[in-house]
Write a protein that binds this ligand. Sequence first.
Ligand code: MG
Length: 289
Amino acid sequence: MRLARVRYKDQEAVAIVLAHHAVLLDGVRSIPQLLGRPDVVDRMEELVERLEAHQVPEDLDLGSQVRPLPELTFLAPLPHPPKIVALGRNYVEHARELGNEATEDPPIFFKPSSSIVGPEEAIVIPPESREVHHEVELAVVIARRGVRVPAEHALDLVGGYTVLNDVTARDLQREDIQRRRPFDRAKSFDTFCPMGPVVVTPRSLPDPDRVRVRLRVNGQVRQDASTADMILSVPRIIEYVSRYMSLEPGDVIATGTPAGVGPLVPGDVVEAEVEGVGVLRNPVVAHPG
Ligand code: MG
């Protein structure tokens, strides 16, 4: 099942996304709130699967809560996660392309929720950087609290998956690493965390460690890999991260980017894609100041 946060007219809602329509859900405040009720999610998934199996018309007499997709604006699915944890160097080829060693204890950093934007929202190139890079990543949405979670139970925490573009001011990051400083500023500018367009539940993405991850700039492929190439798999990422911090409902973990990172300039259109999740498309613009 695919879940989204959408705007319809002046109303925002959590919605179940079907092939051509979305069902706007009454009384659901946020995607994490819904994912925290696995009994409700299970019933919804069964209903959606039955509708699809019997090829029931999506807009069949379900009233105004069912809208055709073109009437909706897709928003960032999680506007204010408690935290966005990100892994660096979780693909061997990407670690090498930036001159780093790949290890089984990859660096952990955070991105602020103020950097989140949704699909079709602009990535703004800040005046402080001359080298802003794209990084497509599979992102894990946490639904249940856990700390020191062994890998064999780690997927119990997962509520779904989305696409995240870990936009990075590479020049500032490089400078900070050389000066032995944390590089948070390079990851934190407003608009540096595009996310979406949907959250796909584990039932619809049963093997997150075997999906293709791709990124195109103006239609040209820049990144193309499989999550099978990740050094730490999704369960091992959860085990690793939860060793150092509690994971809480609504947290997002960005699992690292494959090789092929490169510059974005104003006028570009970037499409980050995770197979089975969707395409996250964002234009790139110059800072107005
Ligand atoms: Mg990254």
